[in-house]
Design a protein around this ligand. Sequence first.
Ligand SMILES: *[C@@H]1O[C@H](CO)[C@@H](O)[C@H](O)[C@H]1NC(C)=O
Ligand SMILES: *[C@@H]1O[C@H](CO)[C@@H](O)[C@H](O)[C@H]1NC(C)=O
Ligand SMILES: *[C@@H]1O[C@H](CO)[C@@H](O)[C@H](O)[C@H]1NC(C)=O
Ligand SMILES: *[C@@H]1O[C@H](CO)[C@@H](O)[C@H](O)[C@H]1NC(C)=O
Ligand SMILES: *[C@@H]1O[C@H](CO)[C@@H](O)[C@H](O)[C@H]1NC(C)=O
Ligand SMILES: *[C@@H]1O[C@H](CO)[C@@H](O)[C@H](O)[C@H]1NC(C)=O
Length: 443
Amino acid sequence: MGFISVLVCIIVVSFSFSPSYGFDPMDPQANITIKWDLLLSTGSSDTVKVTILNFQKYRHIEAPGWKLGWDWKGKEAISAIFGAEATQQGDCSRFKGQELPHCCDKHPVIIDLLPGAPYNTQFQNCCKGGVLSSMTQDTSKYGASFQISTIGSTASNYSDFVMAENFTLGLPGYTCGQPFEVRPTRIPVDGGRRWTQVLRTWNAVCGYSSFLSSPSPKCCVSLSAFYDSRIVDCPQCSCACQGQPGSKCVQMKETPPLLQQKRDPNEEPPPLVRCSDHMCPIQIHWHVKESYRQYWRVKMTIRNWNIIKNYSQWNMVVLHPNLKNITTVFSFSYASLNDFRTTNDSGMFWGIKYYNDMLLQQGNSGNVQSEMLLAKEPGFSFGGGWAFPRRIMFNGDECVMPQPDDYPRLPNASPLPSVVCLLHFSLPFVLLLVLLADSAGSH
Ligand SMILES: *[C@@H]1O[C@H](CO)[C@@H](O)[C@H](O)[C@H]1NC(C)=O
Ligand SMILES: *[C@@H]1O[C@H](CO)[C@@H](O)[C@H](O)[C@H]1NC(C)=O
Ligand SMILES: *[C@@H]1O[C@H](CO)[C@@H](O)[C@H](O)[C@H]1NC(C)=O
Ligand SMILES: *[C@@H]1O[C@H](CO)[C@@H](O)[C@H](O)[C@H]1NC(C)=O
Ligand SMILES: *[C@@H]1O[C@H](CO)[C@@H](O)[C@H](O)[C@H]1NC(C)=O
Ligand SMILES: *[C@@H]1O[C@H](CO)[C@@H](O)[C@H](O)[C@H]1NC(C)=O
């Protein structure tokens, strides 16, 4: 059992050292792809279909949604648009005619139309207010598209088309690479008996970095178990420290002054949290509730400490070796996330539509919860903190875990992990232990 504790400690410690550069081992291909299909090019005018595809298993785009921007290389202007609109018309004084273009900016910023937009402004797959589901949660809602017509390009035919560059999504944490040309998109018609194809297609691929999105964590984990009376709270200052410069919070019974003020509906307001020791907008509590002969039961509670936000379409990713034997999940949806892993130890939970897919702000309900049953493997033991998750992410951002030496313990369990974890900040030592564990495992 002592050995397992050491392993748990090493796992937790090595995760706390891994920086988030955007590469995500649980979803290594995660990206948002912007597809630019040149449909028509007449010399004086081009028609382009732009599609945004959220190829991420567990990161979604919430309201106020994407704001797609790019730089024109020449003097192009958007004469007409369907399924979206530009935030600014810009200076169209260089155009003369009956009707001024929709947008003459060199850096247009396009936003989605709201649901229920007038029929003659719509386009297929449009009008979701910029919201995109993750790929796992709703396979029909992870894409959006709109169509633009442009004038003012210098190209005389499609082979001269000058592609725009410097795409941006207007979402915190996302950066996009420059567009590159790919095989023209083919479109099935007549039920797939005939295929048409567009003139030319470019893709720009965007990636997410939680560090770029916010250098401080956004959630933390607390733990408890039926075999220990203590509740291990989120580590102090997980997301910020109360009273430190730049950190704001609202005391428990106080009404926030900000709520009375009018907020810009186009900007996501920074979180405003209830005062706590951890100062996180989201707390996830993992309670090892019961042990049966062949199964054990976990209760998971997600609590919203952010008093100015309802988390719609929230999701939670959990890493635990027993998830491969998950038997029942009571009131969340669940999917295992094992396309890229051989160990079957990660899974994703999210709310059930119209029941608990909205995590309401504090004061309304403020939490969602569920229980799950896991089948015990031969030799199963609660010792060494084995029943606790190795890693938890909320909406794709890593949550801060308690230190392993604080974990709830079986009565009379050896406090070995604390010895190891005292040396938490000595990376060489940890690496040495990993090597030792490896060589021990290979004998
Ligand atoms: C983006 O995601 C799609 C779908 O998972 C994948 O096919 C593609 O290879 C990814 N692109 C990059 C550059 O990772
Ligand atoms: C794209 O961005 C780079 C770097 O900011 C800038 O130098 C370049 O002019 C931009 N391209 C266009 C067409 O504006
Ligand atoms: C496109 O126009 C260029 C001159 O601007 C010409 O050289 C080229 O042959 C044209 N291509 C086609 C496919 O018409
Ligand atoms: C959150 O949802 C509740 C109940 O639907 C609503 O009263 C409240 O205004 C919402 N808050 C925000 C910030 O949208
Ligand atoms: C992982 O799960 C898949 C499908 O549920 C199963 O076929 C595979 O054997 C599992 N692998 C391991 C190592 O448990
Ligand atoms: C747990 O899952 C593994 C891999 O899917 C399987 O081989 C094993 O039999 C399962 N154990 C129980 C107790 O269900």
